[in-house]
Design a protein around this ligand. Sequence first.
Ligand SMILES: Cc1cc2nc3c(=O)[nH]c(=O)nc-3n(C[C@H](O)[C@H](O)[C@H](O)COP(=O)(O)OP(=O)(O)OC[C@H]3O[C@@H](n4cnc5c(N)ncnc54)[C@H](O)[C@@H]3O)c2cc1C
Length: 455
Amino acid sequence: MELFGKYDVVVVGAGVTGIVASIQAARKGVKTLLVEGSGVLGGLVTGGRLTKPTGLVNGGVFKELIDRAAKYKGADDQIRSSYWGTYTGVFDAEVMQRVIIEAVEESGVEVLLHAQVTDILREGNQLKGIHIQTKSGVKLILASVVIDASGDGDVAELAGAEFMLGRQQDGLTQPITSYFRVLNVDIPAVAKDFKENEDDMWELVVPEKEGATNEDYAMVFFATGLTNRIERAKKEGFEWIIPKNHMTFKGGLIPGELSINVTRFHGNGLDERTLSHAEIEIKKQAYSAFDFLKKYVKGFENSIFLEVAPKLGIRETRRIVGEYILTENDIRSEARFEDAIGLINSPIDVHEPGGEKAIMENVGKGYGIPFRCLIPKHVDGLLVAGRCISVDEIAFGSTRNVPACAATGEAAAIAAAYAVQNNVLPREVPVTEVQRELSIKNIPLGSKQDSYNHI
Ligand SMILES: Cc1cc2nc3c(=O)[nH]c(=O)nc-3n(C[C@H](O)[C@H](O)[C@H](O)COP(=O)(O)OP(=O)(O)OC[C@H]3O[C@@H](n4cnc5c(N)ncnc54)[C@H](O)[C@@H]3O)c2cc1C
């Protein structure tokens, strides 16, 4: 098999996790390759239009990217709050793409797009490399350490790591959803409608200084609800084809732009037929929801359908079993850990597997993520980061959010670079070294009683 190259650190997956991890690893001076199956840099935060971190992004590479986007006027640089907690403001997906490209190039990461990892090379328990499928064939990449930031834990699974999938009782996962974007909405009229029907809204965030123009609401407007209205429409004969009883609206950078979260497709995001059906059914749902909005919500009369987000919104697939499994109880009890690598306040955000509902539960002062959740059992030379870390199904409702993905990417990269530079396995890296580096960047660890300034 043709050898593509040999690297110190290979990061698989260019979502927020892999972007943060690869930039951080390269900055530590190790030869780093970022491998991505699609052509998109940023994964769901750019291609999925998931532009509102649920929770605080505390320092580190991703905070730098948000600050950089704010300098282009493409991010809300305020800390906001809602009933489920405090969060870092919204950004624009295209501006985020721009600053990711800038930062990746400055860091010296080599980027390989359109390369899908399909197999691995291992000697005993030690992962030695990955196989990639490219347009010109299958190639081998050798790596001292691989960071699996694929969201799905593909590398870990190929390497033989044990994994969990879905709910314990029936294996069902959270549904697949893609945002769609609408332009030319009269957002002041929408805000007025929602305020007049506040009993049908779960959440309504409006700018401090509300105004009469769309510009006043850009990147701040946020709302969830409309359950009663959907029920009324159904009774009146509107054909509601979505297995979901509410909608979420997010104001974007363009005046009059709203991103809408309502589509829902149930199924296993690792199954090729499910993925294929989801791509098509979700688009049909989005067009139908748009018809509903035009008919039943004030302010949408002259709106224009812009797009369904190009990257399918997979919420949940594999959770790799690591040296520690973070639990619901840890999260609800604001647990602190000696080996914590990031303090997270993202709510428990669970969209009902197989059903119509969703919950967002405040986790108070937040909890620490132990470094052990990044170390798969029985496989060496590998760290997992992002959506696929070692957590139970309810803890996952919190750790799947962007702040936790970014935090784990940051820590995994520091550990991987240390392992390479000191010729040790990732599991042998002294966590105090990782924590020291994170603390220099003012990242709260969740290791003692440390807390955010904002909660
Ligand atoms: C509809 C929806 C709404 C959400 N809303 C919010 C929200 O409001 N706030 C929030 O904080 N979070 C939200 N989330 C969660 C959050 O956006 C994601 O969990 C997070 O962005 C995942 O980041 P990641 O880097 O781990 O994975 P991804 O962004 O999925 O990136 C993984 C990358 O790996 C690549 N890849 C996968 N397998 C392979 C392979 N074998 N070879 C090569 N490349 C591969 C993929 O192409 C992808 O680019 C939402 C998620 C969804 C789906």
